[in-house]
Design a binder for this molecule. Structure first.
Ligand code: CAA
Length: 384
């Protein structure tokens, strides 16, 4: 067993760290306040190969492993979790799914520009459309309908809380074709945002990850060619679940990054701030908080890397990704709350960053499967 990153991993980690500090840190407070999507930064991230990290180079990807993805996600999330979720959705929910289950033609047409994150000099990213007003955790309860019309599907319905909703060019849409078949009646369709009948709703005004681009998306009589279905008829729900297992490694790494960012700021602040005649790092109350933060973060990191390793080695990573996600997201919430406490009054104002991290942390316990859903997945796996 090796607990050491190789040279290539260290290089990717350094590149992501440099990018986060040089490109993501400037303006992060303003983007959060104004809910501004970091289009320029994400374009540059794509130029670095970070929008299709695990995709084969033949399809425009960077051909890296999942360990590299975890490392890059942690570094970007330490600084700007909004940029990180855009990166995570494109990498794990869109590119990975197309790479593993798409046809050759779908890969050429859609995967290649999505993995490059660019087309004709413009940002080109994707979104994953599973959630609906009445289908969040209960994901089989799809009300979006894809009616089989022979050589095309007629798509009608509404999807909610879609990350990259307005900025994406390509949507992977889960929809019900045969309600009587339950989860086996669901298909995943590749839909372009600019097709007739596709409409983007208003931007959501969120508690955290305010720089990410979250919208509802409406479909009215959208004609989707059968050739844009991923996999066989009825594979859509299985596609969503398999893809989400990888997505959960991405969100776990995002949570890990938020926690590490909040911890690093707390460590630095506690060596500078003085109370009662000494640095607050000299008070045992603060030392114990820092010790607990560091310990929980290390445990979260090991769970993320373990799950990534399993995925890279072709093993079933459903259980480990849910464990990583539930633990890392709860760690992010706890660490960022303690970080605000360590900073005291300064922690409650925007300039010190940790209040944003606390707000950003919350969503990691909700999207790509709530903590409760992760516990369902874990308990089913250990009880079977
Ligand atoms: N891989 C492959 N197949 C799977 C699977 C997996 N990981 N998990 C379930 N399935 C299959 C099951 O085997 C089952 O098939 P059979 O009928 O042949 O046995 C079928 O799918 C239905 O599964 P369940 O009976 O387990 O379904 P359920 O209704 O009990 O729900 C659940 C299970 C785990 C709660 C699931 O609904 C779930 O994960 N819900 C959360 C959804 C979610 O994560 N949403 C996030 C939205 S995307 C997002 O947030 C992106 C973003 O923008 C950031």
């Amino acid at each position: 067993m090796h607990f050491q990153l190789n040279e290539e991993h260290l290089m990717i980690q350094r590149a992501a760290r440099d990018f986060a500090i040089n490109e993501c840190l400037p303006g992060v407070i303003e983007r959060d306040e104004q809910q501004k999507f970091a289009k320029d930064q994400i374009y540059k991230l794509a130029e670095l190969g970070f929008m299709g990290m695990m995709v084969d180079t033949n399809y425009g990807g960077a051909g890296m492993d999942t360990i590299s993805y975890v490392l890059a996600m942690e570094e970007i999330s330490k600084v700007d979790a909004s940029i990180a979720v855009c990166m995570s959705v494109n990498n794990s929910l869109v590119c990975w799914g197309l790479d593993n289950f798409g046809t050759e033609e779908q890969k050429k047409q859609y995967l290649t520009p999505l993995a490059q994150g660019r087309k004709n000099g413009e940002l080109y990213i994707g979104a994953f459309l599973l959630s609906e007003p009445e289908a969040g955790s209960d994901a089989t309860s799809q009300h979006t309908i894809a009616e089989d019309k022979g050589d095309y599907y007629l798509l009608n319905g509404t999807k909610n809380w879609i990350t990259n909703g307005n900025s994406a060019s390509v949507y992977l849409v889960m929809a019900q074709t045969d309600a009587s078949s339950g989860s086996k009646g669901i298909n995943t369709l590749i839909v372009k945002k600019n097709w007739p009948g596709v409409a983007v709703g208003a931007k959501e005004n969120k508690l955290g990850i305010r720089g990410s681009d979250t919208h509802s998306i409406m479909f009215q009589d959208v004609r989707v060619p059968k050739s844009n279905r991923i996999g066989d008829d009825g594979f859509g729900f299985s596609f969503a679940m398999k893809t989400l297992s990888g997505g959960r490694i991405g969100i776990a790494s995002q949570a890990l990054g938020i926690a590490s960012g909040a911890y690093e700021r707390s460590l630095q602040y506690s060596k500078e701030r003085k109370t009662f005649g000494k640095e607050i790092a000299q008070h045992q109350a603060i030392q114990f908080k820092l010790a607990d933060m560091a310990t929980r973060i290390e445990a979260a990191r090991l769970l993320c890397l373990r799950s990534a390793w399993e995925k890279d080695h072709g093993r079933d990573f459903t259980l480990s990704s849910s464990m990583a996600k539930v633990f890392a997201s709860e760690t992010a919430m706890w660490v960022s709350t303690e970080a605000v406490q360590i900073h005291g009054g300064y922690g409650y104002v925007k300039e010190f960053h940790v209040e944003r991290m606390m707000r950003d942390a919350k969503i990691t316990q909700i999207y790509e499967g709530t903590s409760e859903v992760q516990r369902i997945v874990i308990s089913r796996a250990i009880l079977k």
